[in-house]
Design a protein around this ligand. Structure first.
Ligand code: AMP
Ligand code: FE
Ligand code: FE
Ligand code: ZN
Length: 287
């Protein structure tokens, strides 16, 4: 496919700001994208689009094309599934109702986890609030940051493998829609649905579930991601070739919250063009 010169160059389609669990403002995330030589960058905060305006303005002034995105929480049985949503209508009522519900349940869940943790560790809800920007989508990373500030763990990775582990005493699952509903909501909002890090340690989703997601309008898979394992990537790449699906690669940058760096995986111009052709709920912002 011939790609437009307007977004020619490396594209990173998965980045987080303080509007969810990244450690930088949307403008700082776009500045990082620019510093690492990216020409197109997407902001994909968990369950919110509130960082778009700031990111779009910063990207424009830096000569970076901004692709609006979100990472929608979903779950299949016990496991969490993340669905990237590009070019959605941020005001779509059904999608908004779902993200509002997820975000408020995340808040209740974080409070309950904090209560449980505080039985064994010096930690108060205010410590978590202190680590969370106003209006941000709250998650375990903010609890991790509070545990770091209190000196209980060294970094987020240590918090996740100990106190915040799903196998531990303090963990509570969050409310999230099933993956098929997630895809329907994204597609219904004019967006392009791509499964984030689909080949991680938990293994691939069951084939019948993937088929139902494809029937619901799933557009493709994020095969370039440091958490994917080679076996799963190969299997999904064959599926993508057979069905002519979209394949992306991204960093999942979280600022200082993860070691992932902008541009460590990228998406080809041709695939970016397919996403832009397919998405109708919002538009990329060109510099
Ligand atoms: P939650 O959605 O609240 O259960 O938290 C999951 C989030 O924590 C994901 O979005 C990841 O970005 C982040 N996360 C998971 N594992 C780690 C880790 N080992 N280090 C840093 N962040 C992590
Ligand atoms: Fe995250
Ligand atoms: Fe994710
Ligand atoms: Zn992510």
């Amino acid at each position: 496919m011939q790609s437009s010169p307007r977004f020619h160059g490396p594209s990173d389609l998965h980045m987080h700001s303080v509007h969810s669990d990244g450690t930088e403002s949307p403008a700082q995330v776009m500045a990082a994208a620019h510093r690492y030589g990216l020409r197109t960058a997407a902001l994909t905060d968990h369950d919110t689009t509130s960082g778009w305006a700031e990111a779009a303005e910063a990207a424009s002034s830096l000569g970076v094309t901004f692709l609006p995105g979100m990472e929608l929480s979903a779950k299949h049985q016990w496991r969490s599934v993340h669905v990237l949503a590009y070019l959605i209508d941020p005001d779509d009522p059904a999608l908004r109702a779902m993200t509002d519900r997820i975000r408020s349940s995340r808040m209740d869940r974080a409070r309950t986890m904090a209560d449980r943790i505080s039985r064994d560790y010096d930690l108060e809800w205010a410590d978590i609030v202190a680590q969370t920007s106003d209006g941000a989508t709250v998650g375990r990373p903010h609890i991790a940051d509070a545990l770091i500030a209190k000196g209980h763990v060294r970094d987020r990775a240590e918090a996740f493998s100990s106190i915040l582990s799903p196998n531990g005493d303090y963990y509570i699952a969050l409310f999230a829609p099933d993956p098929v509903t997630a895809v329907e909501l994204i597609t219904g909002a004019g967006g392009v649905a791509i499964i984030a890090h689909p080949a991680g340690r938990a293994g691939l989703l069951p084939t019948p579930l993937m088929e139902r997601m494809l029937d619901a309008g799933l557009a493709g898979f994020e095969l370039g991601h440091r958490e994917n394992l080679q076996d799963g990537i190969s299997t999904l790449q064959r599926l993508c070739d057979e069905r002519d699906l979209i394949v992306t690669g991204s960093s999942d940058y979280h600022g200082l919250g993860k070691p992932n760096l902008p541009g460590e995986n990228t998406t080809s111009d041709g695939m970016v063009a397919r996403i832009i052709d397919r998405g109708t709920g919002s538009a990329p912002v060109y510099p």
